[in-house]
Design a protein around this ligand. Structure first.
Ligand SMILES: [Zn+2]
Length: 482
């Protein structure tokens, strides 16, 4: 497509987005809210502060008061005043954590087997246009599964321009997470099978093209510029790094950070040299080294290990995907039934490379787990993220699969919670108080029936979720979308 045509496309899409935004917000006001009271007091709870260390991290018998969309008071149960008329939520024997943050999601993907025809082409069964239409029509339900799962903030690190519409829709909807987004991924390679009228991935063949792609996105005010750094054997890494550096410089000049998909040590280092602020995947091919650690610390960059996603593909495409208890309770039932009833994909529908990747996922991600421990010990800021939307990685409750793997990799439950709250809020570029339970912070909270600092699996035992000061019952949310 020519530059002029692409520019026109961006303009006409912008017009569509504005029209659709108005339509969406007009229809979404009444849905989802279960409490309109001015104040809510959560009394006698065990309040977890993931940003603190050791014994200070849990304060027992605490009262937290929410007024409007903010935390207005926090303190000991005996001395914290409760406003008259406040709705009382009994927190005895429960744990209150900040709302979870998934730092790596994609709304243009549904997790079902038809969502990545570039990886596995099943378009004879479901045309890709139908899949995209489904995901657009299902957006309000997808928002609800995030809230039901205790996830009150997500970062969509790249997709079609429609992503900006998703962000607007989320802001206008009560039962929706706070959404930060990147637009189309700037890449070394095109991905024609994903290209309808609004491509999620666009190739930059030169420094000039890379800079132009950034400038075309800036009017939408992206929270990130995202680079899909695919280095194929025999291609020129230095030339690719120069493109990424120019993309990063153009983003930084506009005050926008750069997120990069780079899964090998060599490309991850090139991305960091080029100015990456956020690595959204583990280094998975070899152990990270001193040079990598020096580069990531120099940039003060975030590291999202994204551990589960390959197993998601592996289990789904081999017919072995089974929902966890959390997924059974909290995922989109439509997606669950698609994944759980999936026949193994016939060999002839699968490339040799994909078959090999699926075989690899039968083993635990040893190098990624080792690298997680290494970056943690080096003091790098780790963010929890799932890559939800990819085949087998469902929106919402796959955060519990991801957090379990992080704990398996040697992080303490508190360190995992920190990655999934306060560090995640930083990835979402929210205000410093987001991801914490303190006076004045956004009232995004999760009340749990069990102690997540004893075992991170307990983070899935959700009693209630608070988003912007509104209280939600996860089971009610899910039954409302069946
Ligand atoms: Zn991703």
């Amino acid at each position: 497509m020519s530059t002029i045509a692409r520019g026109k496309l961006f303009d006409s899409l912008r017009a569509c987005i504005l029209t659709a935004m108005v339509a969406f917000s007009a229809g979404s006001g009444a849905a989802g809210s279960s409490s309109a009271l001015a104040s809510i007091a959560i009394v006698d709870a065990n309040v977890v502060h993931p940003e603190r260390d050791g014994d200070d991290a849990v304060v027992r018998h605490s009262t937290v008061v929410i007024t409007g969309s903010r935390i207005s008071e926090i303190g000991p149960g005996a001395s914290t005043p409760i406003p008259q008329g406040a709705q009382i939520v009994q927190g005895s024997g429960k744990w209150l954590i900040p709302g979870l943050v998934d730092g790596h999601v994609h709304f243009f993907q549904s997790a079902n087997p038809y969502t990545r025809p570039d990886v596995i082409d099943l378009t004879k069964r479901v045309p890709y246009a139908d899949e995209v239409a489904r995901n657009k029509a299902r957006l309000a339900a997808t928002f609800k599964v995030w809230i039901a799962s205790g996830v009150t903030t997500v970062v969509d690190v790249g997709g079609p321009l429609w992503n900006f519409q998703v962000r607007q829709a989320a802001r206008a909807t009560d039962a929706a997470p706070y959404v930060a987004v990147a637009g189309p991924l700037v890449s070394m390679v095109a991905d024609p099978k994903l290209e309808l009228d609004d491509p999620p991935i666009i190739k930059a063949g030169s420094v000039e093209e890379g800079v132009r792609l950034v400038k075309q996105q800036l009017p939408y005010k992206p929270d990130y510029i995202k680079v899909w750094f695919i280095h194929k054997e025999g291609t020129d890494l230095a030339a690719q790094e120069a493109i990424v550096r120019a993309v990063g410089a153009a983003a930084h000049e506009a005050g926008v950070p750069m997120a990069v998909h780079a899964t090998e040590l060599m490309t991850a280092k090139a991305a960091l040299r080029a100015g990456a602020d956020y690595l959204v995947h583990s280094v998975g091919d070899e152990p990270v080294d001193a040079e990598f650690l020096a580069l990531i610390k120099k940039n003060n960059a975030l590291y999202c290990p994204t551990l589960w996603v390959l197993s998601g593909y592996g289990t789904a495409l081999s017919g072995a995907w089974r929902p966890t208890a959390a997924e059974q309770r909290l995922a989109d039932p439509q997606i669950l039934s698609m994944l759980a009833n999936l026949e193994p994909i016939p060999k002839e529908d699968m490339s040799a490379r994909l078959a090999q990747r699926i075989a690899e996922t039968q083993r635990p991600p040893t190098i990624m787990l080792q690298n997680l421990k290494t970056v943690q010990q080096a003091g790098v800021t780790i963010v929890m993220g799932t890559d939800a939307g990819n085949i087998g990685t469902v929106h919402g409750p796959s955060v519990f699969r991801e957090m379990a793997l992080m704990q398996q990799g040697g992080l303490t439950p508190l360190q995992v919670l920190r990655a999934a709250t306060v560090n995640g809020a930083r990835a979402a570029r929210r205000e410093p108080s987001a991801g914490k339970i303190e006076r004045g912070a956004p009232a995004d909270l999760v009340l749990l029936d069990a102690d997540p600092t004893a075992d991170i699996g307990n983070a899935s035992r959700i009693f209630r979720v608070f988003k912007n000061g509104r209280m939600f019952d996860p089971d009610e949310l899910i039954s409302s979308i069946r």
